[in-house]
Design a protein around this ligand. Structure first.
Ligand code: SAM
Length: 219
């Protein structure tokens, strides 16, 4: 998915991100060369910020790819935290596991290989933060399980919710298949913005991020 801002402004924002370890820069280059969709550095920085404020001890990620965002979250949450991350593509999950070893976070991360649609309901951990970053048409499918797995006071963060702005202007949608995905994402936005257990906000960073807090008082 893309970026919402004009290139010059996006470049400025990306350049504001403090220098990161060379290993992460290498993963950014690899992702660009091999067209692996990972979060942009400014989105990663925002995720880092949210985690430093929220201080989750248990994190679920749906959509590992090669582990770039997992490593950012592990660094932000610290060595006492546990991250479970689900990836459907076996090769990517294996590569992520190698990257976790290189990053020294393999003890902190449980790499789960398979389809999150089947696996998420089988998880027996309660999480303080859930990061949705898998197939964009499936967020609604993950949602009911995700909110059950989320501790009161926990966050659900969903990436790419503005889908190049297509959620706001359907005239821009390039194909029928994309339209179904956009409609599902529009429903996800409506759901989290109006859900009685959640307080949510849409942040126009990267391709748009929905941040939802599960209220402590929520039943
Ligand atoms: C946008 S990438 C994840 C990027 C990663 N979070 C990062 O920023 O470094 C989405 C990943 O979700 C995986 N995926 C798609 N549908 C999935 C599903 N149903 N279950 C698990 N993984 C899925 C894809 O194979 C892909 O690697």
């Amino acid at each position: 998915m893309g970026e919402l801002l004009p290139e010059w402004l996006q470049t400025f924002l990306t350049d504001t991100v403090p220098p990161r370890e060379s290993f992460l820069v290498r993963l950014e280059k690899q992702a660009a060369n091999e067209h692996i969709p990972i979060i942009h550095p400014d989105v990663a920085q925002f995720l880092h910020f949210l985690i430093r404020v929220h201080r989750p001890k248990t994190i679920l990620e749906v959509g590992t790819a090669i582990g770039y965002s997992t490593i950012w979250m592990a660094r932000a949450a610290g060595p006492d935290s546990l991250i479970k991350t689900i990836e459907i593509n076996e090769d990517r999950a294996y590569e992520a596991w190698l990257n976790f070893k290189t990053a020294g976070i393999e003890e902190q991360v449980q790499n789960i290989v398979g389809d999150a649609i089947d696996l998420i309901s089988k998880l027996d951990t309660q999480f303080d933060l859930i990061f949705l970053d898998a197939a964009k048409g499936q967020y609604l499918t993950f949602f009911e399980d995700a909110i059950k797995l989320l501790n009161p006071g926990g966050l659900i963060i969903a990436d790419n919710v503005l889908l190049n702005g297509w959620v706001a202007d359907q005239e821009l949608i390039p194909s029928r298949r994309m339209k179904t995905m956009v409609n599902r994402m529009t429903d996800y936005i409506q759901l989290v913005m109006n859900h009685r257990q959640l307080t949510s906000s849409i942040i126009p960073i990267g391709d748009g991020m929905a941040v939802s807090l599960k209220e402590v008082s929520a039943e």
